[in-house]
Design a protein around this ligand. Sequence first.
Ligand SMILES: [Zn+2]
Length: 176
Amino acid sequence: MNQAEKEATAILSKLNIIGPPVPVESVAKKMGATLIFEPFKGNDDISGILYRKDKHTIIGINSVHSETRRRFSIAHELGHLALHRKELFVDKVVRVDFRNRTSSLAIDKEEIAANSFAAELLMPRNFISKEISRKLSKRSSPLSKEKLINDLSKTFKVSSQAMEYRLNNLGILISQ
Ligand SMILES: [Zn+2]
């Protein structure tokens, strides 16, 4: 596990969260952040912001986005809160440009760390393996990849894309 993932794991264990879905709004509160949901009119591509001043921390989340997106954005901002010291982070919707590999790979280190934290916070690897063994033990027929991704994304309240990416990352799914 990298440092960001270790931080997320430590927070889950400190808050005694033992299974999915992770109550990310209450995690934010317990980490001392005030959540504000805003449509960010005229700024549709903002997914979330983190602002801290003295002892106050405010996380602003785009209220127009879907619930799974909002949950991921909260977890991402909590990653900045736990790992980084800057006073202000403004996160825009990431458009990965596959035609330009070098610039996509050179994303800011802090952004990679915040995403890594968010993935472990919302989809902890031990919760995932527990859920998968539980599902497999209840079935006699093989579970299709699509059904596995779909079921797990509902259980963890994340998007199916986020879950597929996570399973690939953990080596549970082999991407074709
Ligand atoms: Zn960020």
